[in-house]
Design a protein around this ligand. Structure first.
Ligand SMILES: *Cc1c(COP(=O)(O)O)cnc(C)c1O
Length: 417
């Protein structure tokens, strides 16, 4: 249908399918959804307005929107052990603004992780709305790459924040959830954690679950959780009303029900035993990547990884900037992103580091042996960045992997040439 009604968009879709199939996606925040999730996204639920919540809608005709939204909520509760779940936030950034606005007044103080130490833009970067509305103060990691919880506690006592915010986009170690909760309790702050990157690892029980320890938990649904692009807020019953009101009518209009349906499907998949195996393999693959890159002489920030990604100081280890590394790896079919390292002396446009993640390649079925091949090619290219000969053989090795491990989600992915 699309093919004949809009050949231009159809062409772009086919090209994107080819691009995704023929390259290795190693951007830590990306993943591939299943065919079932894609199918749910493309259903007639996209036609429906359903402002409100199951059983309490503003418009009629909600018998089936209630079914999918309730399924999504119940499955999320099971996955994370949450008391209350709102599956309507359109994405991770809105989910965070919704959570802030539910419990904070403009000008209130929030302790959040420093951006160059792994925090996210929506945790108070000056260019965002969050920073204009709230007063963010930052904590950092120490020389060993761990969060200095003593310093954090001192800071919390001095600053008296209304909220202590944990969570990250480019930090690789396990957080001490109990410690965060304890410090928040001590200073009377609300505790919030943004698990956008690690939600799938938590759902798959490969790393500890912070949900019992925090008042509010926000996440995306499209990173390690392998669902459609979207957001979600979970909280203690105490904050349920405030979160729901802040979502609608506070911040958003009608929920995107096709998206909510796809979230329900993805959460159903995450409840299956195979997903636990996936989450464990993600951790194993990241650990191998860490070890292999270290053995090739790369300097890993935070001393290594406990999750699905590594942050590599490519400038400090090979004299190659983050931007150069990103471009070089792009040429051999590996997509990654340049990234600042803690207190990076270089500019964010051409920083010292790159962030490399394994969730997507693990979804394609790659394991330790394949990660070793990938690490080897990364090293060959970044150690000899001017040598064109290295590129062609590296690209060949990567193309072979892509052919052996087709991406899920599209029919006959392997035949897309
Ligand atoms: C990705 C991410 C977000 C933003 O999610 P979007 O869906 O892109 O809006 C928020 N917080 C963290 C920690 C993230 O990693």
């Amino acid at each position: 249908m699309l093919k004949s009604s809009d050949p231009q968009v159809y062409g772009a879709v086919k090209n994107e399918e080819r691009r995704q199939q023929n390259g290795l996606e190693m951007i830590a925040s990306e993943n591939y959804v299943s065919e079932a999730v894609l199918e749910a996204l493309g259903t007639v639920f996209t036609n429906k307005y359903s402002e409100g919540y199951p059983g309490k809608r503003y418009y009629g005709g909600q018998d089936f929107t209630d079914v999918v939204e309730t399924l999504a909520i119940e499955r999320a509760k099971k996955l994370f052990g949450a008391e209350h779940v709102n599956v309507q936030p359109h994405s991770g950034a809105p989910a965070n603004m919704i959570a802030y606005s539910a419990v904070l007044e403009p000008g209130d103080k929030v302790l959040g992780m420093d951006l160059s130490h792994g925090g996210h833009l929506t945790h108070g970067h000056p260019v965002t709305l969050s920073a204009q509305v709230y007063n963010f103060v930052r904590y950092k990691t120490d020389k060993t790459g761990k969060i200095d919880y003593q310093a954090l506690e001192k800071m919390a006592i001095k600053e008296k924040p209304k909220m202590i915010l944990a969570g990250f986009s480019a930090y690789t170690r396990q957080l001490d959830y109990e410690k965060f909760a304890e410090i928040a309790k001590k200073v009377g702050a609300i505790s919030m954690i943004d698990i956008a990157h690690i939600a799938g690892l938590i759902a798959g029980k490969a790393i500890p679950n912070p949900t019992p320890h925090f008042d509010i938990v926000t996440t995306t649904t499209h990173k390690t959780l392998r669902g459609p692009r979207g957001g979600m807020v979970m909280c203690k019953e105490k904050y349920a009303k405030a979160i729901d009101k802040a979502t609608f009518p506070g911040f958003q209009g009608g929920p995107h029900m096709n998206n909510v349906a796809a979230k329900a499907v993805a959460f159903g998949e995450a409840l299956r035993p195979e997903f636990k195996e996936y989450a464990k393999q993600v951790i194993r693959n990241a650990k191998i990547l860490e070890r292999e890159l270290a053995s090739h002489g790369f300097k890993l920030m935070f001393g290594g990884t406990d999750n699905h990604m590594v942050l590599v100081d490519v400038y400090g280890s090979k004299g190659v900037t983050g931007k150069e590394a990103e471009e070089a790896l792009d040429k051999i079919g590996i997509t990654i992103n340049k990234n600042v390292i803690p207190d990076d002396p270089r500019s964010p446009l051409d920083p010292s580091g790159v962030r490399i993640g394994v969730p997507a390649i693990t979804t394609r079925g790659m394991k330790e042996d394949e990660v070793r091949i990938i690490a080897k090619q990364i090293n060959l290219v970044l150690s000899d960045i001017k040598n064109e000969k290295v590129y062609s053989s590296a690209k060949e090795a990567i193309t072979t992997l892509c052919e052996e491990y087709p991406m899920p989600g599209i029919k006959e992915a392997a035949s897309v040439k």
